[in-house]
Each structure stands twice: as structure tokens, then as C-alpha cells.
Design a protein around this ligand. Sequence first.
Ligand code: SF4
Ligand code: SF4
Length: 302
Amino acid sequence: MSLITDIQKYSIHDGDGIRTTVFFKGCNLRCTWCHNPETQSYKKELLFDEDRCVGCGSCVPVCPSRAITLERGKAVTDRKKCTACGKCTDYCNLNLREVAGKEYPVDQLVKELRKDEMFYEESGGGVTLSGGEVMLADIDYLEELVKKLHHFGISVTVDTCGQAPYENYERILPYVDTFLYDIKLMDSEIHKKYMGTGNELILSNLEKLSRDGARLYIRIPTVKEVNGSDEAMKAIINYLLEKNIHVTRVNLLPYHNTGSGKYMKIGKNYEGADLHAPDKEEMNHFVELFREAGFHNIKIGG
Ligand code: SF4
Ligand code: SF4
């Protein structure tokens, strides 16, 4: 079974209409600006808002691993000792401690997702499976989930970075309406620098999905210092044209740092502090580049 970090309702940026987005835990990319760093690890982990800790000490004695100590008026958690058992989360009155990663049997998750069927029907929405990298979740679990959603007539969108075995995509393809497919860079070396891996598998999977008839929204997280240039955008455009990728929509997603606060909560540093979004004029110019190349459905944002 796979771990889920969040089920976000009434989402309007993760595909068509009003959607419920399920965030799976585990990813094999390490994008410098990742908005959901708590979804990178495949294991459960403790989130702790140390800045707001008042040092009451209630959490200290309940930890079976003796991972929590009080230092200079604040709780300090030794993450090497912490097993993410979650016991301390019930003892903080300020709710500063939580465990990311919950198991949901498929039927329980489907039941939860069906609660908003009325909104899906009225808005042309549905369920979006995201992450982390959902295509690296337990594929038997995922296949059962999308089959059941499909059985109930619920539209499924998959938000993927593309770095997963193609067999996984083949298993779920008949039950998925749309893939939100991330492309960040054509230069594999620079891709490796900012994302932790090259882009060969990502591009090869995109070509196969296009060949196999998937409905594709190409999503380009746009970061001034990384791909916010004519050269980088034109390289993506040329690739899409040369490979004859069947693109239903292009979403240019301006960089934002709203996830940066989560890094402290999982004991990591945010490495994207020096990155910026292109300004409005630059974003409009990139839209124009796509238009000139013959793409019609281009949107800034999700
Ligand atoms: S999650 Fe469990 S092991 Fe980790 S600090 Fe809290 S009580 Fe201790
Ligand atoms: S219970 Fe909460 S506020 Fe009190 S020491 Fe622990 S984390 Fe800090």
C-alpha cells in the first residue's frame, strides 16, 4: 500500500473543473523548488513547526524513542531517533507536530473521494492523483483505485513528472482522462543539476504516452534562472513539434515559493531561495512563443 500525505478538496488548479487532489508520498526527483517536500520521502515523517514551539515540554515524556529534548526553551527532535510513530502529535496543544503519510485502503479512499461527486459532475471536474510522484506508488494499488473511480464515472487526472517505468503508465492509461505532464528543461545536464536526474526517461515516456493516445496537458514550471529564457522555451517548443506530441493544453506555471516553509518542518533547508518567477511581461512573451509555433490552448497558471 502507498502512503498519502493529503487529500485536498475543491481544487481548481489541478486539471479541469473542481477536483479533489490526492497527494501520494514518494518521488525520485529532487526539484530545487519542490512545493511539497514532505512528499519526497517514501517513509512516514514528522513535521514539526519548531519556530512556534513555546517549550511547554508536554511532548518530551511521551516519545518512546526519547527523540525529543528541550533546548533553550524549545523542543528539539532528533530525527535519527524519530520513528514517526505519531505519539507526540496528540500531546501538543498548539498542534505543531504531525506525521506526514497515511495508509488508505482503496475502498476507504474511494469512499472519501465519492463524497464530492456532485461537485465533479456540476463542474466537469473529478479526482487528480498527484504527489510526490504518483506513478511510483504501488502500481497494483493505483490500478485498483483508478479502475474503481472509473467504474463510478469519476474523471481521473494524473499529475506526473514522468520519471517512472512506462509499464506503470500502460497499466492505468485506459482509466485516466488526462495527464498533467511536467517538462522542465530539454538540457539533461541542467535538468540533473536542478531536478536530481536527467530527463531521458521523462521524454521517452511522454513520446510513448502521446503515441498511445493519452490526453496531455504539458505543464512547465517556469523559473527565471532555470528555464525562463527564449532559448529554453524554444527548445521545449521544438521538441514538442519535432516529436509530434499531441498537446491538448500548455500550462506555464510561474515559480512560487509557497512550499518553502515546509522545509523547516521536516528538518531540511530550502535551496530555492535565490530563484524567481519571470515577470508578467516575460510570461506573456513565452505564451506568445508557443502561439507563434502553432499551439492554441496556452494558460499561465494551473
Ligand atoms: S513521532 Fe514518535 S518517535 Fe517521533 S518524536 Fe514523536 S513520539 Fe517521538
Ligand atoms: S508540546 Fe508542542 S509547544 Fe510543547 S514543547 Fe512540544 S512541540 Fe513545543
